[in-house]
Design a protein around this ligand. Structure first.
Ligand code: C5P
Length: 402
């Protein structure tokens, strides 16, 4: 969605300003044209030269520059397709919310058409972020225009060493948020509660050994991000995956290790959900006996007895009331036949069939099965596959409500 867009970026004076260099570099790689306005305080944290070099464009700082004839705040606002202000300090948020225009960024914000999207990513110390005036200003901005979006800050260790809310999300999260938000215009899943399982389970044999699989969690996380971008309340129940997978911070994540924990978490959240997406690669079998002590290699052979795990998706299919259920099938052979059988057996509304070859990869190639239809899609990044899946869910919602 961001490809070839003209993006105006406002950088204000916060320590997180350095992250915007990475954001700009990623946008340039997507063929975006970037123009940047830096406030005076932003220049205390990163240099104009660095931003100019990375954005491949002139950087604007001065309200009264005399080096050309254009009126910068009008020309910049007219030029851009969308605007991102990150990091946004309490000061600039206060100015935006109250119509104060005393520098180039605040003046350009007021000149920016209300029909174009604006993304504002607050980042500051948690005490400032939680201050009632800052909260009020953020609420005022949210209500002022449906095209203005606040990208909520993350929790974590802040620059001052304190722990709390106020960190600027990582650049890839900001991009994934904006990309999904632009794709699913008008928040079509607003008010919907979605439970998603993702990643592998680990079925422990002894304290250090387990049975698992190569699932990276990337597809499930991308679906969670797409659902959040479409406005849903998302609960992601995740097996152990790499910490580096980008996840939008409005998503509630429940970490689990084995299939029993995953089942418990699903049971606790299924009843209140509208949609259940079973993307996790849940182990089908687990060791019958768990050894509390590390197994010794006393014999040449070791017999491991396995027993079936609970089929979580099947349980959801049996217990569904209003829920739309989306299952997955990864197969090495007879993909479509097996997927059809699974859809029936587990009472799914949609089934996403993919070859096992894409497990652990960054791309996926899927077939979307519903009761009377099969659609094939070409191989694409898992973020794009997530959009296809969420679009299929939206179609199902429409089908059931009309
Ligand atoms: O039967 P199979 O394991 O191939 O089915 C895959 C689908 O079932 C996936 O959606 C997976 O998340 C789900 N599943 C489950 N619980 C299991 C095994 C699979 O929810 N124990």
């Amino acid at each position: 969605m961001l490809n070839n867009k003209k993006i105006l970026i406002g950088i204000t004076g916060g320590i997180a300003a350095y992250k915007i260099l990475i954001l700009i570099s990623k946008l340039i790689k997507q063929n975006c044209q970037i123009k940047v306005i830096m406030t005076k305080n932003a220049e205390k944290f990163i240099t104009k030269l660095a931003v100019q070099t990375i954005s491949q464009n002139k950087v604007y700082t001065d309200m009264f520059a005399t080096d050309d004839f254009e009126i910068d705040h009008i020309a910049l606002a007219d030029w851009a397709d969308l605007m991102i202000v990150a990091p946004a300090t309490a000061n600039i948020i206060g100015k935006f919310a109250n119509g104060i225009a005393d520098d180039l960024l605040s003046t350009t914000f007021l000149s920016f058409s209300s029909s174009k999207k604006i993304f504002i990513a607050p980042a500051m110390n948690s005490k400032m972020y939680e201050n009632f005036i800052v909260r009020k200003n953020i609420e005022k901005l949210k209500e002022s225009n449906k095209n203005l979006n606040i990208i909520a800050p993350d929790e974590g260790i802040l620059a001052c060493g304190a722990k709390g809310i106020g960190r600027l999300p990582e650049p890839e999260i900001i991009l994934e948020y904006i990309d999904n938000f632009l794709y699913f215009d008008n928040l079509p899943l607003k008010g919907k509660k979605i439970v998603i399982t993702a990643g592998p389970t680990r079925e422990y044999i002894d304290p250090v050994r387990y049975i698992s699989n190569d699932s990276s969690g990337a597809q499930g996380y991308a679906i969670a991000n797409a659902c959040a971008g479409a406005g849903a309340d998302v609960i992601l129940i995740s097996g152990k995956v790499s910490n580096s997978i980008a996840l939008i911070n409005t998503i509630k994540k429940i970490d689990v290790i084995d299939s029993a924990e995953m089942f418990e978490a699903v049971k606790n959240n299924f009843k209140n959900s509208d949609i259940f997406i079973s993307c996790a690669a849940v182990a089908d079998y687990k060791p019958l006996d768990y050894s509390a002590n590390k197994l010794k290699k006393d014999n040449d052979d070791l017999m491991l007895r396995l027993t079936k795990t609970q089929d979580i998706l099947e349980w959801c299919g049996k217990n569904k009331k209003k829920q739309i259920i989306v299952g997955f099938a990864a197969e090495t052979e007879n993909l479509i036949e097996n997927a059809k059988l699974k859809m029936q057996k587990k009472n799914c509304d949609l089934l996403i069939a993919n070859s096992t070859e894409n497990i652990g990869k960054s791309t996926n190639k899927i077939f979307v099965l519903s009761k009377d239809n099969i659609q094939e899609f070409s191989e694409t990044a898992k973020q794009e596959t997530a959009k296809i899946i969420v679009s299929a869910i939206l179609k199902k919602i429409n089908e059931y409500t009309n």
